[in-house]
Write a protein that binds this ligand. Structure first.
Ligand code: BG6
Length: 474
């Protein structure tokens, strides 16, 4: 029997400023941590991305046509404050007013993220999330946005704070590309937690009538086998990537077992515990009691086994299946059971992991009123066939199959009591991926990068059906 979603369940598409806008040097935009880094690494150019800076109205019109009711966009901090702090750039402010007006015109509600991996360069150099200056500047920028963009009714403080910290300081795939620095990873996680909490508390005290939440990358971690060592490795990995954040932002306090796991990772790596003060912990606690929703980004799950060797990570950024390696000293080694299907980028396809994460939040973190799935989707290698015209619809059966399974898992969690209010596919249109460039496509709408022409994929037609009927076709 077909599974169904609640009648008020919202169907949306997700984007992030740096991944879609392009125009990185236009209208006074300031530099961010990626501009020089991408050039130096020779990864890919961030311009023109999906040229959303100029084509937002076209994408929103397509979205309206294909049943997209809500959209995730982020504000590029460096368009508002080119230097991170100080003088405001009015052209940046005007751009976002135009974008939100266009959303309104197309009947699409924006969920607006304040920080999606794009720290202004000056603050990045000053220590990024490891510095107090960054935390203070973020709070000031957020308050400015709340006062200015009163048309926004859904705010997201930070996108995936854990990915930012882990990729900056544990895996080295995000600038400043350091590896094995668990001490910096946890300090950056804690500092983002404070920044998030201060912003939530400020928003609530302003009484603007909207809602505010945070978006986490939450990949469920399972033990590879039932051995004690593998179960413990899974618990350590979970503390590193999920649990510290879930505790801090959704319960308002770090559970003693969570802190013990964190300390164990640090001890095994001869590194120091992160610093926190009682005042900071009060701020975090207050915010958790006022948070309106949590966003769950879930794509894949992980399986961990015991590992005592040196840290070694290889990122599969090319789509050559089977090339990724993840072994962390003091944590464990990722090792998937053979029967688990993966994408070309070695991401497991495991809808059960989505269900289990939603149920974990429902059962273990009852303070948080609402859950949204704020990112989920599949990255594929897709090409334009010859002889296309503007009415060509591109076949993407793998995406439809993936969406069907994951939305089914969400429907199951809702039936078991989880208060999931909506779903945002990653991504609305094709855009670049930070560590994989332009060849990993996720969109409902295909973007031909040289011409920037848009083509509809079959998944967009499927998506509209679900959005209109709330039935997930078999
Ligand atoms: C999330 C991010 O981590 O996953 C997005 O919020 C990102 O910005 C997405 O693009 C997909 O990851 P990737 O590495 O395939 O681009």
């Amino acid at each position: 029997m077909s599974k169904t979603l609640p009648k008020d369940f919202l169907m949306g598409g997700a984007t992030a400023a740096y991944q879609v806008e392009g125009a990185t040097k236009e209208d006074g935009k300031g530099q961010v941590l990626w501009d020089d880094f991408l050039k130096k690494e020779g990864r890919f150019a961030p311009d023109p991305a999906a040229d959303f800076y100029h084509r937002y109205d076209e994408d929103l019109a397509l979205s309206e046509k294909y049943g997209v009711q809500v959209i995730r966009v982020s504000i590029a901090w460096s368009r508002i404050f080119p230097d991170g702090t100080g003088a405001v750039e009015p052209r940046g402010v005007a751009y976002y007013h135009k974008l939100f007006a266009s959303c309104k015109q197309h009947g699409i509600e924006p969920f607006v993220t304040l920080h999606h991996f794009d720290t202004p360069e000056r603050l990045h150099v000053a220590g990024d999330w490891l510095s107090q200056e960054m935390v203070d500047a973020f709070v000031a920028y957020a308050k400015f946005c709340f006062q200015e963009f009163t048309e926004v009714k859904y705010w997201i403080t930070i996108n995936e704070p854990t990915s930012m910290a882990v990729q900056q300081y544990t895996n080295g795939t995000f600038p400043p590309a350091e590896s094995g620095r668990f001490d910096k990873t946890f300090q950056a996680e804690h500092n983002q937690m404070i920044a998030h909490a201060r912003v939530v508390n400020a928003y609530k005290s302003m009484d603007l009538g909207g809602k505010i939440g945070i978006v986490h990358a939450l990949q469920t971690v399972y033990p590879y086998s039932n051995s004690e060592g593998d179960r413990h490795a899974a618990a350590l990995q979970d503390a590193l990537e999920n649990r510290l954040y879930l505790d801090g932002t959704l319960a308002g306090k770090y559970a003693p077992e969570t802190l013990a796991l964190v300390k164990e990772i640090l001890d095994k790596n001869n590194q120091k515990m992160f610093k926190s003060t009682p005042e900071e912990l009060d701020v975090i606690d207050k915010a958790a009691h006022q948070l309106d929703f949590v966003g769950v980004n879930n794509y894949f799950s992980k399986w961990l086994r015991e590992y005592n060797g040196k840290s070694e990570t290889v990122h599969n950024g090319t789509g050559a299946k089977g090339t990724s390696v993840a072994r962390l000293h003091g944590v464990g080694e990722e090792k998937r059971p053979d029967n688990i299907e993966t994408t070309d980028w070695d991401w497991s396809i495991y809808p059960r992991g989505m269900h289990d994460m939603l149920m974990r939040i429902h059962n273990d973190y009852p303070l948080v009123p609402e859950i949204y799935v704020t990112e989920n989707g599949i990255g594929l290698k897709e090409e334009l066939p010859g002889n296309v015209n503007k009415n060509t619809v591109l076949a993407d059966p793998k995406r439809i199959d993936y969406l069907k399974k994951y939305l089914g898992a969400i429907a199951d969690a809702i039936a078991e009591g989880a208060n999931v209010k909506g779903y945002f596919i990653w991504s609305l249109q094709d855009q670049f991926s930070w560590t994989n460039g332009y060849s990993k496509r996720y969109g409902l709408f295909f973007v031909d990068f040289p011409t920037q022409k848009r083509y509809v994929k079959q998944s967009a037609i499927w998506f509209k059906k679900v959005s209109d009927t709330h039935v997930i076709p078999d």
